[in-house]
Design a binder for this molecule. Structure first.
Ligand code: PRX
Length: 665
């Protein structure tokens, strides 16, 4: 049993005795070394990898301005370390990837030997068709086993992969292709979602057309056959059926791994920021490799016999780091599932845990909240006794969800690691280390090795120095060190990288999250403090959604904010001003607005509520005071202070908007 002390849940003695790190003192000694002597700390860990050429310097750079290089001069290949190196260590016949398709019978097991062969064949097929080192290649692929295979194939030959989440629309996909100048794409003929066959190729085709209209010709679209009997149109001069290529005699089972410089780009992952266009976080080879390996090992207390199941989508960073790279670099067995937790019934995850004897389960609070609303029989009918550790990621976990997770999934026996991090980080930054110290429901706990978080008071002018907040005082969560997994830049936008992360609190990496630190040094994340929202674990910028709404001819102004939602964590509330000449009904426009957002960004970004307003609450310089809109959307109207209202050009507008607030159904 986990032991409870006040709000601190300690791991059981049995857990501690088998753990990699068994006390807070041991953790603190390692953390201190990682900060004071990062060269020794990370150099020691990195020695266990395969290097074509050793590094000459572990770290070079200036973390205060985001100039970071790790394992300088070294040459390696992350795919080689995920596969060949594991086989060399005797894991060739061990299961590397367990794929569960949406149809129950569609279940595939790949050993490390199998995976290497598939990856090499895909790599050879891509190479034969002209893909080479340094090419950016967009992977518009859903959660099918070919996705990790293609990622690893790209990494093997040095092509830079950009996975775009399958739920994004053709427009959103095209934006990302244009932003990184990718002329090649891998997609699929279709995939399963809740019993429906979804045609991914149609979106891919439309995105290519949008790119062409914007001046970027897409040379190659490689199509993976996920579906049988699902015909999609092929454009002969551009499209290549990968399944046919893979059958060619000339495609060999082996492809040598490219010798990559430690700082060669590995992938670009687009994420949302406060301003409109998506940001392409660039992650490079060796630092990301060493960091995902280390976080996976210690945070999930990984052991050779574990079966690890992360429910994230590989289209987001969590899936990159903890379905693909982190587990494989440790020689683990990683489970990936194609579809939603509720198909065909709301016990699909519990069924998968039971079926594959999963020992470590990593999911998001939004999933937990959705599943705890289901009848308890759905979980009770499955044997979850193989589980020994649970993880949470993506948003703050509310204590009610934490307790349900601990009791019904973990049987009050499994420690819970609440892992705080972000796309920019590459891997987890703050978490419980499960054998070393306890968890507090709702707190992400202590920093991982190499990470030095500080909570700073917000600054009102450029000249003010950074000042640390007191214990328990809320402030801006910043990072004062460099860790190997940190993004190196925003692809093609070095100035945005500088201005977006290193100027709010000069000398620190600004995370965009609010937080406070308690007397035990535990960090409590209070949510985003910028114009970024987190809807069911999907990170979205409110400005991108406003841009989509404004593209409707009847809308003259739009402001979008997040508000608390019982299951999704947050949902979107849009305030819009209608053109006076518009003749359509509000109901019709509301439907059209939702359709516009669905087509411009994707279904995940459709606002739950759209309110028509006469005027926005603006200050005297004409800027919308979003704090007021957030309070109205969150039904915290009493908390709108006089000082907030006094700065408005037209104070009366607040009452008017508040009175017409759309309530919860
Ligand atoms: O606000 C934080 C929240 O998710 C943001 C990062 O989103 P993204 O880049 O999409 O990466 C998600 C997966 C790592 C953060 O700025 N967030 C993530 N994990 C937690 C969290 N908030 C609280 N607790 C967490 N464990």
């Amino acid at each position: 049993m986990t032991e409870k002390r006040d709000d601190l849940y300690l791991p059981s003695r049995e857990f501690v005795e088998q753990a990699h790190i068994q006390s807070r003192a041991e953790y603190e000694r390692m953390w201190k070394q990682s900060i004071e002597d990062p060269d020794t700390f990370w150099g020691y860990i990195a020695k266990d990898f395969h290097w074509f050429k050793p590094w000459t310097q572990v770290y070079r750079g200036e973390p205060e301005i985001g100039d970071n290089e790790w394992f300088v001069g070294g040459k390696t290949n992350i795919c080689y370390n995920c596969l060949d190196a594991q086989i060399e260590k005797g894991r060739g016949d061990k299961v590397a990837l367990l794929f569960q398709g949406e149809p129950e019978a569609d279940c595939k097991r790949f050993t490390y030997n199998d995976l290497l062969k598939h990856v090499c064949r895909f790599a050879n097929a891509l190479k034969k068709n002209g893909v080479k080192k340094g090419d950016r290649i967009v992977l518009y692929l859903p959660m099918i086993w070919q996705l990790p295979v293609v990622m690893l194939a790209c990494a093997r030959i040095g092509a830079v992969h950009t996975v775009v989440f399958g739920g994004f629309s053709a427009e959103a996909l095209a934006d990302r292709m244009l932003a990184c100048g990718a002329k090649k794409m891998v997609t699929t003929n279709g995939y399963w979602r809740s019993g429906q066959k979804i045609n991914a190729k149609a979106n891919a085709d439309k995105a290519c057309m949008l790119c062409a209209n914007a001046g970027l010709t897409i040379d190659d679209v490689f199509v993976v056959d996920r579906m049988v009997d699902f015909e999609v149109p092929y454009i002969t001069y551009r499209d290549t059926a990968l399944s046919k290529e893979l059958m060619l005699d000339e495609i060999s089972d082996y492809c040598p791994a490219e010798k990559m410089d430690a700082e060669d780009p590995l992938f670009i992952m687009y994420t949302s920021g406060s301003t409109g266009s998506p940001k392409g976080t660039l992650h490079t080879t060796a630092g990301y490799m060493v960091y995902t390996y280390t976080t996976f090992k210690y945070i999930f207390d990984y052991k050779e016999d574990d079966i690890f199941f992360c429910t994230a989508d590989i289209g987001w960073i969590t899936g990159h780091s903890y379905i693909v790279y982190g587990p494989l670099l440790n020689g683990a067995t990683t489970v990936m599932y194609e579809s939603v937790p509720t198909y065909p019934e709301p016990d699909r995850f519990w069924h998968i845990i039971d079926k594959f004897k999963v020992t470590i389960f990593y999911t998001a609070p939004t999933v937990i909240r959705a599943l705890m609303n289901q009848d308890i029989q759905w979980i009770e009918k499955h044997d979850l006794s193989t589980l020994r550790l649970l993880g949470s990621v993506g948003e703050p976990i509310n204590p009610e969800a934490w307790h349900w997770y601990s009791h019904y999934v973990g049987h009050d026996r499994c420690p819970i690691v609440d892992t705080w991090w972000q796309t920019e980080a590459g891997g987890v930054l703050i978490s419980t280390i499960p054998g070393a110290f306890g968890s507090k429901p709702g707190s992400a706990a202590l920093p991982f090795f190499g990470v030095k978080p500080v909570v700073l008071r917000s600054r009102t002018s450029g000249d003010e120095p950074a000042v640390e907040a007191d214990v328990n005082e809320k402030g801006e969560l910043c990072l004062a060190s460099a860790w190997p997994g940190i993004m190196r830049t925003l692809y093609g936008e070095p100035e945005r990288h500088q201005n977006g992360y290193y100027t709010q609190q000069p000398g620190y990496f600004f995370t965009g999250d609010g937080a406070y630190k308690d007397v035990d040094g535990y960090f409590w994340i209070t949510g985003r403090i910028d114009d970024v929202v987190n809807i069911s674990g999907h990170r979205l910028g409110t400005v991108e959604i406003e841009d989509a709404l404004l593209s409707h001819p009847a809308i003259v102004e739009a402001a979008v904010v997040g508000y608390p939602h019982k299951v999704k964590g947050e949902d979107l509330y849009a305030f819009v001003i209608l053109d006076k000449n518009s003749k359509e009904s509000e109901e019709d426009i509301r439907k059209e607005l939702k359709a516009v957002v669905r087509s411009d960004i994707g279904p995940i970004a459709v606002p739950g509520k759209i309110q028509f307003v006469r005027e926005m609450p603006k200050n005297r310089s004409g800027k919308v005071v979003r704090r007021i809109l957030r309070k109205i959307a969150s039904n915290e109207i009493d908390e709108i202070s006089d000082s907030m209202i006094n700065i408005l050009a037209e104070p009366g507008v607040v009452d008017e908007i508040a009175q017409n607030r759309i309530g919860d159904k």
